[in-house]
Design a binder for this molecule. Sequence first.
Ligand SMILES: [Zn+2]
Length: 342
Amino acid sequence: MRIYEWHANCCSPVAFASNDRVLLDGMDCAGGFVRNQRTLAAAVTCSGVGLHSGQPVTITLRPAPPNTGIVFVNQNGAAANPSVVASIKHCVPTELCTAISGNGFQVKTVEHVLAALSGLEVDNVYIDVTASEVPVMDGSAAPFVRLIQSVGVISQDRKQPFLKIMAPLEVSDGSRRVRIEPSTTSRITYSIQYDHPLIKTQTYMHDCSVSAFENQIADARTFGFLHEVQALWARGLGRGGTLDNTVVLSKDGIVNTSGLRFFNEFVRHKVLDLIGDFSLLGMSVIGHIVAERSGHALHTRLVQQILDQPEKWMLLNAEPSAEGTRALPTPRLQPAVALQAS
Ligand SMILES: [Zn+2]
């Protein structure tokens, strides 16, 4: 075992061995941002309906080699089976969800399965999809987490690159904002405000780890207001939404008779969405994300902002390999839509 002292303001990126101990700005971070890439031990499959399309869909998560990233593969019967990497450069503005598009096909509502993979630190996976939307399952990331846990995760022989934030970045839209600032760990602080007695102001602080994601975030379900849900249906959206996959808020309570999973399930789900959206960065991030009344559009704008300003971060563990170091995505994101979603 070697011991490094690595200073954020003066040291160059260093590739550490997995058993090295790293003193980062005086803090012991061994086992935190120094790890190998990971994939699934075996393929897993689940089926459901798309939240917005209402269409039946099956996805299969398959192991993938190091430096693959998360790749969606179209299995809807097309002969060529086009694929698209879950990267910010393939992110497209859509209403009420995060979607990626490329090579002739689009897949919507990717954020919950991406959150499950990111939360469990699974870096390389092929996701076969039989339709253009990921199944909503119960509206949370928990079904995907259980699916992944059923086969397990294995370590691969490449280091996982980390992007360490060195200077703050922020994007905003009126009173909505999200920023990322330097930190010795990966953290999220999320605040939401709704004029509803069950929400009002909720703030949640999440220290990113596999166990914290599994126990505190994965089960939080998507939510919507009854009048908004009815308006969505009128516009042909949310066709797969039911009380089995969405927490629906009435004027002064919730419609679901099963109740809430956490009193602050709403803000926890926003953290879940942010984790999924931030995975479009293509690598783990070391920094403190602070979100206020934010949503998918601002999350993905900040991801693009980070990539547009490389002088504000540095890469750790970006080791060369036979396949070449996984490249950072660089193309600009298309203008974000104004609509926010949960
Ligand atoms: Zn969501």
